[in-house]
Design a binder for this molecule. Structure first.
Ligand SMILES: [Zn+2]
Length: 253
């Protein structure tokens, strides 16, 4: 690896981080500098000019950071992103069904199997909604960040349904939300950059139809939203939850 390639590699990884986290590129550069032991990006580039180079271990650590941020696009997706679940007390991830993801459906995600407080569960991603379920219960975290988690009792005959316990329910919702965060990182990484971070004038680009504007219209409920609101809510209407396909640049109807 040549000297310039080194800095390009770091910048490239910072860019990936920025997309997955939906943050400004400079913030991602600062974060990357921190990871490499520098107080800020300028300190890193100053040292770089004096001959400092990242070690291969440091580059690997950066790669791991990017994979952890966007595990559904990681090179080894089977257990990427599992570390994030370690913050949920009582959770144990047992196995991910080792299906190889089909090239025909790049959005398919392997389910995660595990136990929460000893109760088996399955954590699935279905059309970008997260569905976590066990015997007698189901929790859905929709794709839109503004949407609330839905908690359902799916079998009333089960005595001592664990989801009836508030502590269990809170932890299960937390786990489902961690997965949802990972799904949103993948969506943000796949979309045009301008779809998830507004420009200085608050304008954003529609991820499906293109077009750049600072005001957007919901075909479903007539709600008018700002470019920033659309980016924040991943192009779902903040009022009615409609999908990006219902968001239009002009009120043509
Ligand atoms: Zn709407």
């Amino acid at each position: 690896m040549t000297a310039t390639e080194n800095l390009l590699t770091i910048k490239h990884l910072a860019k990936k981080l920025a997309r997955a986290r939906r943050i400004k590129h400079i913030s991602a550069l600062e974060l990357t500098a921190h990871q490499l032991g520098y107080p800020h990006w300028n300190a890193l580039t100053a040292d770089y000019k004096k001959g400092w180079r990242p070690s291969s271990t440091q580059i690997t650590a950066l790669l791991d950071l990017v994979d952890a941020e966007n595990p559904l696009r990681a090179k080894e997706p089977a257990s990427a992103g599992w570390d994030a679940f370690s913050h949920v007390p009582g959770i144990a991830l047992r196995a991910s069904r080792s299906q190889s993801r089909s090239a025909a459906d790049p959005f398919s995600v392997d389910p995660i199997l595990g136990e929460l407080d000893g109760h088996p569960f399955r954590l699935n991603v279905i059309l970008d909604d997260v569905v976590m379920e066990g015997r007698g219960w189901q929790i859905v975290v929709p794709e839109a960040p503004s949407a609330s988690p839905e908690i359902r009792v799916t079998d009333r005959r089960i005595k001592l349904n664990p989801v009836a316990d508030q502590g269990f329910q809170d932890k299960a919702v937390r786990a489902a939300q961690i997965r949802a965060q990972q799904v949103r990182a993948r969506i943000s990484s796949d979309w045009p950059r301008r779809s998830t971070v507004a420009d200085a004038d608050g304008r954003t680009q529609h991820p499906l139809f293109g077009g750049i504007a600072d005001r957007w219209f919901c075909l479903h409920c007539d709600q008018v939203s700002s470019g920033r609101q659309m980016a924040q809510n991943l192009w779902h209407c903040p009022a009615c939850g409609s999908a990006p396909i219902d968001i239009h640049i002009s009120k043509w109807w």
